[in-house]
Write a protein that binds this ligand. Structure first.
Ligand code: NAD
Length: 456
């Protein structure tokens, strides 16, 4: 275990109070962690079968610990208690997928002249840096492929959600050799130390566009490999044959899941003029009915925003939208009482040029706009620096797919949104990221490609 000598506060977002302390990793302790990771990787990279078995066992242990870790997820992230076990359960699915993934040998020539094979070599030590919205799931998107490929990993969770990651790593380490997987916790400064450290050869980062840009700059100094999974501003386009109630149910779910704190949540909606009023009414009804509050209560559907900063940001974006002529058909303000609670909000009467539409709100406030032609809706959906996901909603899936294929983003869904799985590549276009996670594509991104050419 890394020596971490000081601590920092961890806040419960449902109360706004400090409820625990997390270890603060010093620069020296980080050096030690990277050195240990470098040493441990030398034998870890040698035996793929052992790696697959260890990872499968880690997946089992993590799944079995889901209930034990859940209260910590609720306390630091704000996830309703009855949803919280899913964090470790889903995370374990990613570990299992990468333990079981079969990779075909890549032989690109085998004839009288030569046999030419592609060999995949692990990078060495990976520095993994994660955000606070899905602390365990997003970590396992990295741990599964990085470890399977033969790298060792030093993982830094967000300072807002350090404790569930520490617990997860402790559980996984029962199945892994010492030093192969370590967690270090600290404030943002620690992330900067990691990205400029000489030992890691790859940085796998999930977080905001602004921080992603700093990570890319730091990595450029010695050409560390990078995977950047960044922010999004996913558009949903409803076509004129959509059923308002059905469409609203799907959109609401994908916009307000985890209190809207999902990189690829629906963050703006385009509806034809003829359907705008019924879709807004149906969405507003769902927002009004959603139970928001104490995550420990069994009927709570939406918890608080996870950080004060995020709460202030959502408050500011909504106030700005209302000041610019927007109308909240429901919600529009924080809820009374302690904690970072914001009422589920539907905003009409806004358009591009307003922060709530142009920026990533990452919270429970959704702008719903009207359009005249499908071409106009597609152009407006694409007129953004983001390119994570998008969806099209139609009674005719073929028509939906034709429009969805015109969206400039990593994943385009038809009649759903946020359908994500370990075998499906997840990548952001434009400023939403660099590289890809998940599937064989994600696994290969934790390796250097090299050619083994045998002359005959
Ligand atoms: P953030 O960028 O503030 O922080 C992410 C991580 O980076 C944290 O661990 C933080 O401590 C660390 N960090 C901060 N400064 C750093 C630096 N200079 N160098 C290295 N690391 C540093 O993001 P956040 O607020 O924790 O998360 C929310 C953002 O993450 C949203 O924009 C969201 O869309 C994005 N996100 C993207 C995906 C995806 O897969 N594309 C998934 C979830 C969240």
């Amino acid at each position: 275990m890394t020596v971490q000598d000081a601590t920092f506060d961890v806040v419960n977002p449902a109360t706004g109070e400090v409820f625990a302390q997390a270890p603060r990793c010093s620069r020296e302790a980080l050096d030690e962690a990277f050195e240990r990771a470098r040493d441990a990787q030398l034998s870890w990279r040698e035996d793929e079968q052992r790696r697959r078995e260890s990872l499968a066992r880690a997946a089992d242990l993590l799944a079995a610990a889901a209930d034990e870790i859940a209260p910590t997820v609720t306390a630091e992230q704000g996830r309703p208690r009855h949803h919280a076990p899913l964090e470790a359960t889903f995370a374990s699915r990613w570990l299992r997928y990468f333990a079981e993934l079969e990779l075909e040998p890549e032989v690109i020539q085998d004839d009288d002249d030569a046999r030419v094979e592609i060999v995949r070599r692990p990078h060495g030590v990976v520095a993994a840096i994660t955000p606070w919205n899905f602390p365990l799931v997003l970590a396992c998107w990295k741990l599964g492929p990085a470890l399977r490929a033969g790298n060792s990993v030093v993982l830094k969770p967000s300072p807002f959600t350090p404790l569930s990651t520490l617990k997860m790593v402790e559980v996984m380490n029962e199945a892994l050799p010492p030093g192969v997987l370590q967690a270090v916790t600290g404030t943002d400064e620690l992330g900067g130390w990691m990205t400029s450290h000489p030992i890691p050869r790859k940085i796998s980062f999930t977080g905001s566009v602004a921080t992603g840009s700093k990570v890319a700059l730091a990595a450029a100094a010695d050409f560390k490999r990078v995977t950047l999974e960044l922010g999004g501003n996913d558009a949903a386009i409803v076509l004129d044959d959509g059923d308002p109630a059905e469409v609203a149910a799907g959109i609401f779910q994908a916009a307000f899941l985890n209190t809207g704190q999902v990189c690829s949540a629906i963050k703006r909606v385009y509806v034809p003029e003829s359907l705008h009023a019924p879709v807004v009414d149906a969405l507003s009804e769902l927002a009004r009915a959603a139970v928001v509050g104490d995550p420990l209560q069994p009927d709570t559907e939406l918890g608080p925003l996870t950080t004060r900063l995020q709460y202030e940001r959502v408050k500011g974006l909504v106030a700005d939208a209302l000041g610019a002529g927007g109308k909240a058909t429901v919600g529009g303000a924080p809820l009374d009482g302690p904690g970072y609670f914001f009422a589920p909000t539907i905003v009409t009467g806004v358009a591009e040029g307003v922060g709530l539409v142009d920026e990533e709100q990452f919270g429970p406030a959704l702008p719903v706009m009207s359009y005249r032609t499908v071409d106009e809706a597609v152009a407006r959906a694409n007129d953004t620096r983001f390119g994570l996901g998008g969806s099209v909603w139609s009674a005719d899936p073929e028509r939906g797919a034709e429009v969805a294929s015109r969206l400039e983003c990593g994943t385009s869904w038809v009649n759903t949104h946020l359908a994500i799985g370990p075998s499906q590549p997840f990548a952001g276009s434009k400023s939403s990221g660099l590289g890809v996670e998940n599937g064989p594509w994600g696994l290969k991104s934790y390796t250097d490609i090299s050619v083994l050419y045998r002359s005959k």
